[in-house]
Design a protein around this ligand. Structure first.
Ligand SMILES: Cc1ncc(COP(=O)(O)O)c(C=O)c1O
Length: 452
């Protein structure tokens, strides 16, 4: 096996059980040392029992009858599913002969988790890495990136200042030794999520209700995860794909561009790899609901059990499961299920990109802002967050006029970064996306033959 080619195919990420048994066993044992390169073979939604890692939230908690199924991203190596696109972007670059160890430095434009993934995969594959990200993200993110040996290049501002990150990236593009793992632009991100996440979501939902997916909800950053919706719609054309945005940064909704507290999403743009054809609706959620929802589930599960009428300790399994954007996705799934009036046979799937490990500082900050968080405030929060939601924060983007508005927005952002109109217009056809998806077979064959 050539060292530059080591790592799984797309198919092996979806089905690690197809790996040679010795490799799978080594990968299982490798978890104990996260810097062992064998961990590349743990980039998958499946656990060692080959089941897709997920939870189904109880209707008492959600207040809706539908099954809210949440895929758990925190078990991926490096602690979030963003390691998947980081790996596929690097792997495809190696296969194309554009990235070589000993020659190139990896550049990861990010708001955190993709940067952590780039730092991690680069370390495992033996490349130096530089992560470009805003300076006001959670402290835990910077620590992880440094821990994996990458350099940080910080740009002004916070989550919603990703355009500044992209502008800084332009500077690195001039150096032929730097290779940009461009999550907002490059299609390995789309391929990973459409195939690996999409198929995993379909399999997880197959166990519940009518076995179909009525709706898929994801708050986009790069919009990679939303690509799972393309796969879900290919199987269940009637399913509803919903993009959630922070109310404070309602870019897809109405070109809003404010700052907000939901790290990883709401980047003030239409990402280049967002297939807006397959997004049916946009929903706004207040960023404070996401942070306070995390406070409730992580620090006050007993009170939530009492308020939701659940047995004691029934929420224990959710401890550590969510970051702020995971709560945003869950609230989006609950509110969409309510909006669509879904019943007990219906499944709504969403994603927890990462876990609580990178957000304790966010809750410390909340406590600093709110002072003492007493029981009556927590009760109000539970009611407004888990039972509330403003119907005005919902937009149907299926009409052609809405698609045209989103295409125009995309063109405006990406023509500034050198993309030609003709390429951007190809993206207005589903056949463009399907061709990108079909490329997976060739990529897998190329990788497998290099490993032989
Ligand atoms: C915590 C978190 N949630 C959600 C997202 C959005 O995922 P995607 O970029 O696939 O849209 C990201 C992306 O970095 C993230 O870090």
């Amino acid at each position: 096996m050539k060292s530059t080619a080591s790592g799984p195919t797309y198919r092996e990420m979806l089905h690690p059980e197809l790996l040679p048994p010795a490799v799978r066993a080594q990968a299982g044992a490798g978890v104990a040392n996260e810097l062992d390169p064998i961990n590349l073979f743990n980039i998958t939604w499946r656990g060692s029992d080959n089941r897709i890692r997920h939870v189904v939230l109880s209707p008492q908690l959600t207040g809706v009858k539908a099954n809210v199924i949440v895929l758990a991203g925190r078990y991926f190596p490096s602690g979030s599913h963003k390691v998947g696109p980081a790996y596929t972007t690097l792997m495809e670059g190696e296969l194309a002969g554009e990235i070589e160890p000993g020659v190139h430095t990896m550049i990861g434009p990010s708001t955190g988790n993709f940067g952590i993934g780039v730092a991690y995969v680069s370390r495992l594959k033996g490349y130096p890495a530089i992560v470009i990200m805003p300076e006001q993200m959670s402290k835990e993110r910077y620590k992880r990136i440094r821990q994996y040996g990458a350099e940080l290049d910080l740009t002004p501002g916070s989550e919603s200042d990703v355009i500044l990150v992209l502008e800084r990236t332009e500077h690195y593009k001039k150096d032929p030794k730097c290779k940009i793992l461009a999550q907002f632009e490059l299609l390995p991100n789309y391929r990973f999520h459409r195939y690996v996440t999409g198929q995993s979501a379909l399999e997880a939902a197959g166990e519940y209700g009518n076995g179909r997916i009525a709706a898929f909800v994801s708050a986009p950053g790069s919009a990679g995860t939303l690509a799972a919706g393309d796969e879900i719609k290919a199987r269940f054309p009637d399913s509803v794909v919903c993009a959630v945005e922070p109310e404070e940064c309602s870019t897809l909704f109405n070109s809003g561009r404010g700052t907000h507290r939901v790290e990883g999403i709401g980047d003030k743009m239409v990402s280049l790899l967002h297939n807006v054809l397959n997004t049916d609706c946009v929903m706004l959620i207040h960023d404070d609901d996401c942070v306070a929802g995390l406070e409730l589930l992580e620090h006050h599960p007993q009170l939530v059990e009492e308020l939701a009428g659940l047995p004691q300790r029934s929420l224990a399994g959710l401890s550590g499961m969510f970051g702020v954007s995971g709560i945003c996705n869950v609230l989006g799934a609950i509110r969409l299920a309510r909006h669509l009036n879904l019943g007990p046979e219906d499944n709504v799937v969403t994603i927890a990109t990462d876990g609580f490990d990178r957000y304790p500082s966010v809750l410390t900050d909340l406590a600093g802002r709110c002072g003492e968080i007493g029981s009556s405030r927590l009760r109000d929060w539970f009611e407004s967050i888990f039972r509330g939601g403003d119907p005005r924060g919902f937009l149907d983007v299926r009409p052609a006029s809405e698609k045209n508005r989103l295409f125009a927005y995309k063109e405006q952002v990406w023509s500034n970064f050198g993309y030609m109109r003709a390429y951007l217009q190809q993206m207005q056809s589903q056949s463009f996306w399907d061709a990108q998806y079909e490329a997976i077979h060739r990529i897998d064959e190329d990788l497998a033959s290099l490993r032989r």
